[in-house]
Ligand binder design. Structure first.
Ligand SMILES: C[S@@+](CC[C@H](N)C(=O)[O-])C[C@H]1O[C@@H](n2cnc3c(N)ncnc32)[C@H](O)[C@@H]1O
Ligand code: SF4
Length: 377
């Protein structure tokens, strides 16, 4: 089993929190689509005969493309890779791109899952993030997608925003539940260097939300969604009826994936590769027939750290047997010694052969992970 990720590097405007690679200059869109086509065709030998079980259009903003352009990219994949019949094909969409006409056309394409970036339903939050839509548009976009026949819909929310009070967040969560979608990703705001929010934070224009309030928001989110029938299967992800994101689950379960487009990452269990995070350099490389990526061969230490990073935050946790089979000796010993501390402090539990974070542990997972990772002195 393997996955394919396609990075669409265009956004109409830039949101204040976002550091995903994107450009607001659409002039090179035709060149990008041509280069992408070549990249897809040229990397067929990298996955042996593994079936492609998930395809994910991320960005940037995939929904700025025409449906015919999305379909052409998919045709190129179908013509060059062994794609499973029941492949999950997700497309990230911005609410303001989702008109009834666009959605009804998209419904006729092989795309069968939408991830809609609602972020919040509160106009003030949305304005502060520099989103292009308001709360009503976010709600309408999800409803239109449902009316167009999409049944597997995920929405994104962001919490921990500056000045976001608990009551305000509660309304957001309740609105998300009312929309009756099958999947919700709720991310705590991260301040990334180079973003407007990061500058505002450094210059004192905004303040980070206190940890206690962030934790209250997290607890409210978890309790409300679980109460509404969602399973909290990864720190930021909730699914109904086992409708996990197949694509993300493949990342967490260490399956191979190929990433196409600028800044896209690829992984084949032994090597990591990342394409250049510049559309200009990506296009230039295709013109001059020079490399547009870098890669690294993973050491045993990298593989151990990757396993901890990708598994710790999921409900499946870190398998003791997997550690024993793959990292016997100093890595497994290090893990057991560090894990003991967090079991004693009730942040981590050993359950059914696996180490799993509990609610308190999930909220401070970064700090716990730091200790569990193996770093040579
Ligand atoms: C590739 S991005 C955006 C997809 C799409 N262009 C959109 O804006 O809806 C995927 C998701 O990551 C989340 N995200 C991006 N930057 C974030 C940050 N700094 N903190 C928390 N969540 C973030 C947002 O919820 C976003 O919808
Ligand atoms: S959140 Fe989405 S629309 Fe906003 S800048 Fe990032 S990728 Fe673009």
């Amino acid at each position: 089993m393997a996955g394919i990720y396609i990075h669409i590097p265009f956004c109409k405007t830039k949101c204040h929190y976002c550091d995903f690679y994107k450009s607001t200059d659409f002039a090179s869109r035709p060149d990008f689509l041509s280069a992408l086509k070549i990249e897809i065709q040229s990397r067929t030998n990298e996955l042996s005969d593994e079936k492609i079980e998930s395809i994910y259009f991320g960005g940037g903003t995939p929904s700025v493309l025409k449906v015919s352009e999305i379909s052409a990219i998919l045709d190129q994949i179908f013509n060059n890779y062994p794609v499973a019949e029941d492949v999950e094909i997700t497309m990230e969409c911005n609410p303001d791109d989702l008109s009834a006409a666009f959605l009804s056309e998209l419904r006729k394409s092989p795309v069968n899952r939408l991830s809609i970036g609602t972020q919040s339903f509160n106009d003030q939050d949305l304005k502060s993030m520099n989103r292009r839509h308001n709360g009503n548009q976010a709600i309408t976009a999800v409803k239109l997608a449902q009316e167009s026949g999409f049944s597997n819909i995920s929405i994104d929310l962001i919490y921990g925003l500056p000045n976001q009070m608990l009551e305000q967040w509660k309304l957001n969560v309740e609105q998300a539940i009312q929309l009756n979608v099958s999947h919700i990703s709720a991310y705590h705001l991260t301040y990334h260097e180079g973003t407007v929010f990061y500058d505002y934070l450094k210059t004192g224009k905004i303040k980070e939300l206190p940890d206690e309030l962030s934790f209250d928001q997290f607890k409210l989110l978890k309790a409300a969604l679980e109460n509404a029938g969602f399973e909290h299967y990864e720190i930021s992800n909730f699914a109904k009826s086992g409708l996990y994101s197949r694509h993300n689950r493949a990342y967490w379960q260490r399956k191979s994936y190929l990433g196409f487009g600028p800044s896209a990452h690829s992984f084949d269990l032994k090597t990591r590769r990342w394409n250049v995070s510049s559309l200009r350099k990506y296009l230039q490389a295709f013109e001059l027939n020079t490399p547009y990526w870098e890669n690294e061969i993973l050491t045993e230490q990298d593989k151990y750290n990757d396993y901890v990073i990708t598994s710790l935050r999921t409900i499946w946790g870190i398998s003791d047997q997997y550690l024993e089979d793959h990292f016997q000796g100093r890595f497994h010993d290090h893990f057991k010694q560090e894990a003991k501390k967090f079991i004693a402090s009730h942040h981590l539990a050993f359950d059914d052969g696996s180490y799993k974070l509990n609610r308190e542990g999930l909220f401070i997972s970064d700090k716990i992970m730091e200790q569990l990772l193996y770093v040579e002195d």
